[in-house]
Design a protein around this ligand. Structure first.
Ligand SMILES: C[S@@+](CC[C@H](N)C(=O)[O-])C[C@H]1O[C@@H](n2cnc3c(N)ncnc32)[C@H](O)[C@@H]1O
Length: 453
């Protein structure tokens, strides 16, 4: 049971989100998600808090209310426009315990460190070590972290830092839009990280494949897979509709191995499933399954994955277990941590798994074969190589990006037809030439070759 928190009512949301002088701002998170994460952060009276992703200013105002008159909130955003407005709105309300600054949150904010609490409303590629280092002992972080090198594949983690090391306290399903290195002002286009092929016209569509290391340099496999999904030769309704999208998102990382793929198709509708360079099948948020053909190898694989998901009773978040692993492969100054998710192994499941492996003559999972910070999921149905986080060697160069990030509050997986009540409406976009993120996004260029087999 959730304990009511009177401080959540202490701030007028409308004042920040749709201020009469500024108008409505698209850079906002769903109020429900903000409330959940502010409660998880557990901000005490007098706390020093770092907020990454100021947006409207609403979440910062809530944090300031929790930190009280002796606390202080430092709020940073990549956009100077948003920072200007947030400072003004706080000032007009007479809130003096929050200061907003323009900065890239991936480096934290050293001038005001240390902090007892840190919360991020945008998703970094990995947990930056700077965040950990800027916390006081027993400090707490609430942040959305990727569980695979694919967009919209995240969990919200509550992390405590003891003896300089971050530990996961709990996880919950959910997500926020990706962090960016430059301010973006359009509402929703194409994520800047881990999109392997995108088409801008007639409307933005994209695909992210976890077998990108095996694709050719022109990303023609990803392009074919996206085209197959845009022109499916087979459509059916999932027999066990409706889908539990958040559970499926996380489970598919574990069961999907290196063929897990996520695509945003027409009308922004999302699908998660199995693709190769010659076949493709995904289940959409509205429980429709589409595939290149009724005899598609990808369709067979997807049905197997869905069967395993149903067998596992559509796991809730406590079915998953997550750990943080230091990723020293990065050459970012302070390194980063990968969030790795597996399933909670109960003894009976270990036995069942062994039986499945024997029957299907599938290779047993051999974690020793995988490099540090590289493995996600167990890959039971496929050769043991899960989607991996791209290695980020240096910050993205803004000029190198051709596809822009969504900037609005993006519920992790919005339902296809009806927009999320808290999400901002999409703004009209000017036509743009077709661009391949794969060619120009340095994140992809920095992907390392698959681990030796
Ligand atoms: C969903 S919005 C803001 C949410 C805020 N909690 C609210 O509801 O008003 C996410 C914000 O993160 C900011 N952002 C994105 N990348 C960032 C980065 N690297 N450093 C700091 N802020 C960033 C965006 O400009 C945007 O304002």
């Amino acid at each position: 049971m959730t304990v009511p928190d009177p401080l959540l009512d202490a701030v007028p949301e409308h004042y920040y989100v749709d201020n009469e002088h500024r108008g409505e701002t698209l850079h906002r998170s769903a109020a429900q998600a903000i409330h959940r994460d502010v409660i998880a952060l557990n901000v005490g009276d007098g706390a020093r808090v770092l907020e990454i992703g100021t947006g409207t200013g609403y979440s910062g105002a809530l944090l300031a209310a929790h930190a009280g008159s002796t606390g202080h909130v430092t709020s940073i955003d990549i956009s100077d426009h948003l920072i200007g407005w947030a400072n003004r709105l706080h000032h007009q309300r007479g809130v003096t315990t929050i200061t907003c600054h323009v900065a890239d949150g991936m480096a934290g904010y050293p001038p005001h460190a240390p902090y007892q609490r840190l919360v991020a409303w945008c998703t970094p590629p990995r947990l930056p070590r700077a965040w950990v280092e800027q916390l006081t002992p027993n400090g707490r972080i609430v942040a959305c972290l990727p569980i695979a090198a694919q967009p919209s594949t995240t969990l919200i983690a509550t992390i405590t830092v003891t003896a300089g090391q971050p530990h996961i306290e709990s996880i919950t399903f959910g997500g926020y839009a990706q962090s960016t290195t430059v301010p973006v002002d359009d509402a929703l286009t194409i994520p800047g990280r881990w999109v392997d092929y995108c088409i801008q016209q007639p409307e933005p569509t994209w695909i992210s494949i976890s077998w990108r290391d095996r694709d050719d340099q022109h990303h023609s496999g990803a392009r074919t897979a996206l085209n197959l999904l845009l022109n499916p030769g087979h459509t059916e309704t999932y027999a066990h509709a409706p889908l539990d999208w958040l559970s499926w998102t996380a489970f598919s990382v574990i069961v999907g191995g290196h063929h897990r793929s996520i695509a945003a198709l027409r009308d922004g509708i999302r699908g998660i499933g199995h693709t190769t360079a010659t076949s493709a099948a995904v289940i959409l948020t509205d429980s429709t399954i589409i595939a290149d053909s009724p005899h598609s190898a990808s369709l067979t694989a997807l049905r197997t994955w869905l069967g395993r998901w149903e067998q596992a009773a559509r796991p809730a978040v406590d079915w998953f277990t997550s750990t943080l692993a230091l990723n020293e492969d990065d050459d970012l100054p302070a390194g980063t941590y990968d969030l790795r998710t597996t399933k909670v192994q109960r003894p009976c499941e270990l036995v069942a798994q062994a039986v499945i492996n024997l029957r299907g003559r599938l290779p047993a999972v051999d974690s020793a074969r995988f490099g540090r910070g590289r493995r996600f999921g167990e890959g039971t149905a496929e050769p043991p190589s899960g989607p991996r986080l791209a290695s980020i060697k240096r910050p993205e160069h803004p000029a190198a990006r051709t596809c822009r990030h969504p900037t609005r509050s993006e519920p992790l997986h919005p339902p296809p037809a009806e927009p999320h009540p808290q999400s901002a409406p999409a703004t009209p976009r000017r036509p743009q030439p077709c661009s391949r993120t794969g060619r120009s996004d340095p994140t992809r260029a920095r992907l390392r070759p698959p681990p030796p087999r």
